[in-house]
Write a protein that binds this ligand. Structure first.
Ligand code: GLN
Length: 446
């Protein structure tokens, strides 16, 4: 009730929720009460959370921030939804997001932009902008996000909260509306690393319904939070501290690293020589996969259908033309072009090769260090409308986050301080399946 009241009071200004689930939340809270009284509560019994509107939720609208799915009531639960429910968590509602998770400012949403709670004239970041703003404004203690190219970490940084993108394959993608399947990964967004650990514990684990989900035991993410980090080698990629990084943001990140040093960690300068290839590589791979994934939205089986189609061709064209927004159309066109006969080798194949180089850079780095640290985003939250007409500038918001997705590594953003009253995030990158180590470093730092 506390959180539902806060949502009603404050979300008119923020627009962080698309759908509020008041009745079902109260019913689930009562069930959690019974669980608690029975002495066998789930690990998250009665803990409210906000769910990104990209996860299918049985009987509840799942819009993915798009007019295309504005009328879509999911007929089943995503695995993440299912697991959080089994743990006893209470879904308060579904959060606003960039359309089909394509964006870095939440401004591509069909439901309008989200305002950053720290300054309503600025963006919350994206694509999980609603999830980040809701936690920052204490409309929910935690939320879910997805990260294809930074969409958990960048909004977490811009809103001053903690967000974790797990290793690719750690969390099931079943029932999570696909953007770029080889990059998409779900993760927790919360007020602290400790809370993120509890959320991830409930979300992670093998699922036979996602063929890329990895069958290996899930670590106890809370157990090692307080481990000593003395002697831990922290790699500082020189490419992440140069051109494009706002000097004021760099100062905050450097101060955070100095604090880690005080805790006994050892900073080591490293190089990720192919870091500059990450954004261009991503903008071939992600649109290519999206153009394929989004072909299912054709106005026939589900989602938006245009009025009075003349014939089948007209039905396809107008349903997609009217159902998708401009950014989604741009991605579909880029992806279709990059995959077309005669261009495949020049673009898609080349991008796959560059992706290997990027992953190899990290592999070499993790032979020398335990964790990599740097800024999450090059700037603090920018003004609403500032970058909407300049897609390339918008794409550069993810210059420090995207390589992690291409390599499939876990990455995290932790609040590190402020520049002119706007939050700055410290990014921590770990080796495969070392989410526990990231959480440990983040918790000690916090
Ligand atoms: N901002 C990036 C994009 O627009 C990443 C989005 C994401 O991680 N979902 O594609």
């Amino acid at each position: 009730r506390h959180y539902l009241e806060r949502i009603k009071r404050h979300d008119g200004q923020l627009n962080s929720f698309i759908t509020l689930c008041e009745d079902s939340a109260l019913a689930r809270a009562r069930e959690a009460d019974i669980q608690l009284a029975s002495g066998k509560p789930g690990p998250l019994a009665g803990i409210p959370f906000a769910h990104k509107d990209i996860f299918c939720t049985d009987g509840v609208r799942t819009s993915c921030g798009s007019r295309m799915l504005d009328n879509f009531i999911a007929p089943y639960n995503a695995t993440v939804t299912e697991r959080l429910q089994q743990a006893g968590a209470v879904m308060l509602g579904k959060t606003n997001m960039d359309e089909f998770a394509m964006g870095s400012s939440n401004e591509t949403s069909y439901y309008g932009p989200v305002n950053n709670p720290w300054n309503p004239d600025t963006v919350p970041g994206g694509s999980s902008g609603g999830s980040a703003a809701a936690v920052a404004a204490r409309l929910a203690p935690a939320s879910t996000g997805t990260d294809t190219g930074g969409s958990i970490r960048q909004p977490a940084a811009l809103c001053g909260i903690t967000g974790l993108k797990p290793t690719y394959g750690r969390v099931s993608r079943y029932g999570m509306i696909a953007f770029a399947s080889s990059l998409d990964q779900a993760g927790p967004m919360a007020a602290s690393a400790e809370d993120a650990a509890l959320m991830l514990q409930a979300m992670a684990g093998f699922d036979p319904r996602d063929s890329t989900c990895v069958d290996r035991p899930v670590e106890d993410y809370s157990a090692g939070l307080n481990n000593d980090i003395r002697g831990l080698r922290i790699g500082l990629p020189k490419e992440y501290f140069g051109e494009g990084l706002d000097p004021a943001v760099a100062k905050v990140v450097e101060a955070a690293i100095a604090e880690l040093k005080q805790l006994g960690a050892e900073p080591v300068e490293i190089s990720l020589p192919n870091a500059g290839l990450a954004v261009p590589t991503y903008y071939v791979v992600a649109p290519a996969e999206c153009s394929s994934n989004l072909s299912r939205f054709d106005g026939v089986r589900f989602g938006y259908r245009c009025d009075n189609p003349r014939d089948l061709e007209d039905l396809y064209k107008r349903s997609r033309g009217e159902g998708f927004g401009p950014e989604v159309k741009r991605r579909i066109m880029i992806g279709t072009y990059a995959l077309s006969a005669g261009y495949y080798d020049a673009y898609y194949l080349k991008a796959q090769q560059a992706r290997h180089l990027i992953a190899d850079d990290f592999k070499a780095a993790f032979e020398k260090v335990d964790v990599i640290a740097g800024p999450t985003a090059p700037n603090t939250a920018f003004r609403l409308g500032e970058k909407v007409d300049d897609p390339v500038t918008m794409y550069l918001s993810d210059v420090f986050t995207i390589a992690v997705n291409l390599a499939g590594l876990p990455g995290m953003s932790v609040p590190a301080g402020f520049v002119e009253e706007l939050p700055v995030g410290l990014q921590l990158i770990g080796n495969y399946f070392e989410e526990d180590r990231l959480l440990n470093v983040a918790h000690r730092y916090q």
